[in-house]
Design a protein around this ligand. Structure first.
Ligand SMILES: Nc1nc2c(ncn2[C@@H]2O[C@H](COP(=O)(O)OP(=O)(O)O)[C@@H](O)[C@H]2O)c(=O)[nH]1
Ligand SMILES: [Mg+2]
Length: 195
């Protein structure tokens, strides 16, 4: 698959935000997906972390920039300016800490306001129940989480950055969701276009 099939090698660039309270596993999910690794302790993210991944689709390459926000305060202070052109939200909570689940509607509202998305329009995203390897300590009813996801018109994923469960599915889904939007930028890959 690719340019050899006669397709133009088009690359489209999108932006995703990964949000949620501290310690829910945002950094861990990104690291698991990018490096297939997991650590018991990551240094708390300070400011904003940016990662990039790309996936090849039949009609071209999709590049997704993932912005990992350290916390609500940072988000509040940067809102409006920094997050324009966001195509998709990954909102994470920790199933072993109900208080993190309870913050999700706030995140949703703040982001919708920050991105100037009218209440009537859906913001593409997914709700992520992380740390499902620790199901014995589960504090969040999955039915309640699924209900919230469907109210927001979001997909619902149960993941574990520790075991790797559903992690690639989550990021592939993010790229697929992004593709339904106009990209931030598009370019033709000249190397691959060369005869
Ligand atoms: N058991 C378990 N621990 C996790 C998982 N994901 C992250 N952690 C742990 O939770 C803590 C916070 O993770 P981190 O990725 O730094 O969270 P962040 O603040 O949201 O970026 C770390 O000690 C991780 O090792 C998971 O899926 N399962
Ligand atoms: Mg982090």
């Amino acid at each position: 698959m690719g340019p050899a099939d006669g397709c133009k090698a088009v690359t489209r660039v999108y932006r995703t935000l990964i949000v949620g309270p501290r310690n829910v596993g945002k950094t861990s999910l990104v690291k698991r997906y990018l490096y297939d690794s997991f650590e018991e302790s990551y240094t708390a993210t300070v400011g904003v972390d940016m990662s990039v991944y790309d996936l090849q689709f039949p009609d071209g390459r999709v590049v997704v920039t993932v912005l990992d926000l350290a916390g609500a305060q940072t988000f509040q202070s940067l809102k409006n300016r920094f997050y324009w052109d966001t195509h998709h939200i990954i909102a994470v909570y920790d199933i072993t800490d109900k208080s993190t689940f309870e913050t999700i509607p706030n995140w949703y509202n703040t982001i919708s306001e920050g991105l100037c998305i009218p209440g009537s329009l859906a913001l593409s995203g997914c709700l992520v129940a992380n740390k499902v390897d620790s199901r014995m300590d589960n504090q969040v009813d999955p039915m309640e989480a699924k209900l919230l996801a469907s109210l927001l018109s979001w997909e619902y994923y149960e993941t574990s950055a520790k075991s790797g469960k559903n992690v690639s599915e989550l990021f592939v889904h993010a790229a697929i969701s992004c593709r339904t939007n106009p990209p931030r930028s598009t370019y033709i890959d000249t190397m691959e276009m060369a005869p």
